[in-house]
Design a binder for this molecule. Structure first.
Ligand code: OOG
Ligand code: NI
Length: 464
């Protein structure tokens, strides 16, 4: 096939994200309601904040926001993880970051598949938080062996999805018709199945070991367990959800409400209890239920440098020493007060955040800068002080382990807390994945550096 007849990976990812959203809206109607609420609140926020609208517009991020979402899946075997990596690569999504959730009582470790180049992020930043079940953390050896045997038998990708992935790898892309088939075929992997792979009895044993194990091992595939639209005002949505018939989790995860949003704030609504048929040797099927799929929203803020992230982690830790959020919401107020108090230690203006080296920024020329030519390079700080260069926060595109744990817990059901010994194992994860994960900090630093460089180049380019 000729190269110029390929569809871009950005296009395939956008089509896939849209198809997934349609499917999930069908499967989980509350997700559709949430989307409407998010669209309304985002429109209101933009109407009330002309500066925010202007900066989002100027940095080309306005358009992507209403289309923006992330999802999450949980895989069962290394082979599934490495094939998933190849499938996502066809859509221009690459593994970024390593998340160890074992410390939070969830027997998985994870990465986020997402686009990485600025142009691709602007086109469509669809991400999938992808976890791999860690059977090595399960104490019961018999159950571990049985789970492994069950997982080994299942095929989560259709033969056509595999074939199209191989074609894309071999040829360097997919043509239009193949790209459409690819989207439809890969969607099958993420679909909900209301018939289980296991008997009701086996399901119960898995469930008793950990709800998450039951969710992964009992089914034909890694059903998408939530899709998360991005909002510009998460507090407003949290407050409005009950009015729309949706019960939010007790507290918003992440940093407190601030003038300058940092990293990521998330909240979710509880998972649905859904009817499932279990395999039964005697009379075919046995009716039961499973609770897995939920909805989530997020508000994204600036990506923090290692120094900023260190401060964030310390302040979050400080507030949790005072009060830990209870699942039933009984201490939600106290938690919010403690969180807000702790985060007084984090500067809340873009200028201060930048000066303290806490966040990553994208630099661009001001109007005055565009009309100026300089004989030689100058220190970027001088250029800012002279009003030639301006800065905008770079959006955090990744996830937060403590928040992710809170999201996992809220849809695993209250009282599902379980202790595991902390055992991060990035090497093992990368071996299973078949590739190294990208370092998020290096990546943001690179984007920042490139923006400074392009300002300097434009300012010193020979006057025509
Ligand atoms: C993933 C939970 C993590 C987030 O937004 O932090 C996540 C899961 O429940 O599978 O999606
Ligand atoms: Ni999520």
């Amino acid at each position: 096939m000729k190269e110029n007849s390929f569809v871009s990976t950005d296009h395939i990812r956008s089509a896939f994200s849209a198809a997934m959203s349609l499917m999930y809206r069908d499967e989980v109607p509350a997700y559709g309601t949430l989307m409407e609420l998010v669209a309304k609140v985002n429109a209101d926020t933009l109407a009330a904040d002309a500066t925010l609208k202007e900066r989002l517009d100027a940095t080309d991020t306005l358009e992507r926001i209403s289309e923006e979402r992330h999802g999450a899946i949980r895989l069962g075997t290394p082979a599934e993880l490495s094939m998933m990596r190849r499938v996502f690569a066809v859509m221009g999504m690459y593994p970024v970051g390593y998340y160890d959730l074992s410390t939070a009582g969830v027997p998985v470790h994870s990465t986020a598949f997402r686009p990485v180049s600025e142009a691709s992020l602007k086109r469509n930043p669809f991400r999938v938080f992808t976890s791999l079940l860690r059977l090595d953390l399960i104490a019961d050896e018999t159950l571990r062996a049985e789970s492994e045997a069950i997982l080994k038998e299942r095929r989560i990708f259709t033969p056509e999805a595999i074939e199209l992935t191989e074609i894309a790898e071999r040829d360097g892309g997919l043509g239009k018709a193949d790209a459409e088939r690819f989207v439809a075929q890969v969607l099958e992997t993420f679909r909900w199945h209301d018939t289980a792979n296991v008997s009701a009895d086996m399901y119960k044993r898995l469930h008793d070991a950990h709800r998450l194990i039951a969710d992964v091992v009992s089914f034909k595939g890694p059903h998408i367990n939530h899709l998360t639209p991005r909002t510009l005002d998460i507090d407003e949505i949290q407050a409005l959800m009950p009015e729309y018939g949706i019960a939010p989790k007790a507290v918003v995860e992440g940093p407190p409400t601030r003038k300058c949003p940092i990293l990521l704030r998330q909240t979710s609504f509880k998972a649905l209890e859904e009817p499932v048929s279990f395999r039964d040797a005697e009379d075919g099927w046995k009716a039961g239920s499973h609770t897995a799929r939920f909805g989530e929203i997020e508000q994204r803020g600036i990506a923090l440098t290692p120094k900023g992230r260190g401060l964030y982690d310390r302040l979050l830790g400080d507030s949790r020493k005072i009060v830990r959020p209870a699942a039933d919401g009984s201490n939600a107020r106290d938690y919010e007060t403690a969180l807000t108090g702790a985060f007084k230690g984090f500067p809340d203006s873009w200028a201060e955040i930048r000066e303290a080296g806490l966040g990553y920024f994208s630099y661009s020329l001001t109007e005055k800068g565009r009309q100026t030519k300089l004989p030689g390079r100058r220190d970027p700080e001088t250029l800012i002080a002279d009003g030639l260069v301006q800065f905008d926060p770079i959006v955090y595109e990744d996830f937060l382990p403590v928040s992710a744990a809170g999201i996992f817990q809220s849809n695993l059901g209250d009282g599902a807390q379980q202790e595991f010994v902390a055992s991060p194992n990035q090497k093992r994860f990368e071996t299973d994945l078949g590739a190294a994960v990208l370092d998020e900090f290096a990546h943001y630093a690179g984007i920042e550096k490139a923006s400074v460089e392009s300002c300097l180049k434009a300012l010193t380019a020979a006057v025509a």
